[in-house]
Design a protein around this ligand. Structure first.
Ligand SMILES: C[S@@+](CC[C@H](N)C(=O)[O-])C[C@H]1O[C@@H](n2cnc3c(N)ncnc32)[C@H](O)[C@@H]1O
Length: 363
């Protein structure tokens, strides 16, 4: 697809507006709000004071030829039976998540809605963000009160949708294209494959990898997210599959894996712009990403398959993470493919951009 775009997004702090569209729902912005209001975090993760910063990793320029490159690559999620972006506009999006129609703020939807108002009025849930409380209070259910969770599906995989206080519902649908790509790599490898899913959230990528036959290590700093991911594993009927669920700071985890000599064939990392480990460790995308990318390279098996980085950023373009990945994977052969993840809208076919990505693929 052919629409490279410079994505310097508006980084001005936004206040929720009464009666109108709330601010942009990019994950990055949500995380920034969390940063400003720590008491509102969905999953308070630590009672500890922030840990003192460890010595920063000394980064040495990697020798060897750069991997080939493919960019811009726009990876698209089209409307499907499990999920559809039905319409967007006026700072909001109308989505179908399994049985429910949901309206959420979408700051990038600066165009007009394509569907008539009556289609939007048929929504089952609307994120209002009205209260400072956690949970359901931030949602309005126009037809009838709904429970906090509901059954969802991705490509035959059952999991739990949930109305969270941060307008998320437990899945980032644009990631589905990465999951499909990863599942193909695992199946085609025809050998045991080890996958590391860093910042794994509710575990969909981990479940897709396990179903495809991989041995999976899933890392997230939030106990709540890990609990939800484990519930999803049971719901998906994958309880017997080899998934290690680890509640830890992602950076600490990879540093330890490097020291121990643990190795992976596929690594996914989908970090927030800002986050905290369970012991208060601070993750800042722009500060922490080069070291994490470098460590990810060094914990690959001798025959690795792919490293997939997604960024929900307000300042970078995909060229920035492309350059970082190409530098880091110099001498490894393969290709660096970079671009954006978009969701294709059902009503008028417009593309809703969600994030930047860059991935190294061995072949
Ligand atoms: C952007 S979400 C990841 C979404 C996920 N990859 C998916 O597609 O569903 C960010 C996740 O990173 C976790 N997180 C934030 N800071 C972290 C840290 N320092 N170490 C590990 N996980 C962290 C959060 O708990 C959250 O679940």
């Amino acid at each position: 697809m052919k629409h490279p775009r410079d994505k310097r997004r508006d980084s001005r702090p936004q206040q929720p507006r009464k009666g109108g569209a709330a601010p942009a729902p990019t994950r990055d912005r949500v995380e920034r709000q969390q940063e400003r209001k720590p008491e509102q975090r969905p999953a308070p993760r630590q009672d500890h004071a922030p840990e003192p910063k460890a010595e920063p990793r000394k980064l040495v320029r990697r020798e060897g030829a750069f991997p080939a490159e493919q960019l811009p690559l726009i990876l698209e999620v089209a409307p499907n039976d499990d999920y559809a972006l039905l319409d967007s506009g006026n700072g909001e999006k109308l989505e179908q998540y399994g049985p429910y129609r949901i309206v959420r703020p979408e700051g990038q939807a600066i165009w007009q809605r394509a569907l008539p108002a009556k289609e939007w009025e048929r929504a089952d849930a609307v994120f209002t963000g009205d209260t400072d409380e956690e949970g359901l209070g931030r949602w309005r259910f126009p037809k009838m009160p709904l429970g906090e969770t509901w059954p969802m599906r991705h490509d035959g995989l059952h999991y739990q949708g949930r109305f969270t206080s941060f307008r998320h519902v437990g899945v980032f649908p644009e990631q589905a294209t990465h999951w499909d790509h990863m599942a193909r790599l695992i199946v085609d490898a025809k050998r045991p494959v080890k996958v590391l899913n860093l910042f794994g959230y509710t575990g969909l990528a981990s479940l897709v990898a396990a179903r495809a036959g991989a041995e999976v290590t899933h890392v997230d700093a939030s106990k709540k997210a890990i609990g939800w991911a484990r519930e999803n594993q049971e719901m998906a009927g994958l309880g017997s599959k080899p998934i290690r669920w680890i509640c830890e700071d992602a950076m600490k985890f990879v540093e330890r894996e490097e020291r121990r000599g643990s190795r992976y064939d596929i690594i996914l990392f989908d970090p927030p712009a800002y986050g905290r480990g369970p012991k208060g460790e601070v993750w800042q995308l722009f500060e922490s990403l080069p070291a994490m990318t470098d460590i990810c390279r060094s914990i690959l098996t001798p025959k690795p398959l792919a490293v997939v980085l997604t960024a929900y950023s307000i300042r970078a373009s995909f060229f920035a993470i492309h350059a970082l990945m190409r530098d880091t994977f110099a001498g490894m052969g393969g290709t660096i493919e970079s671009g954006e993840l978009i969701i294709r809208e059902k009503s008028a076919g417009r593309a809703l951009s969600t994030s930047l990505f860059s991935r190294w693929v061995a072949k």
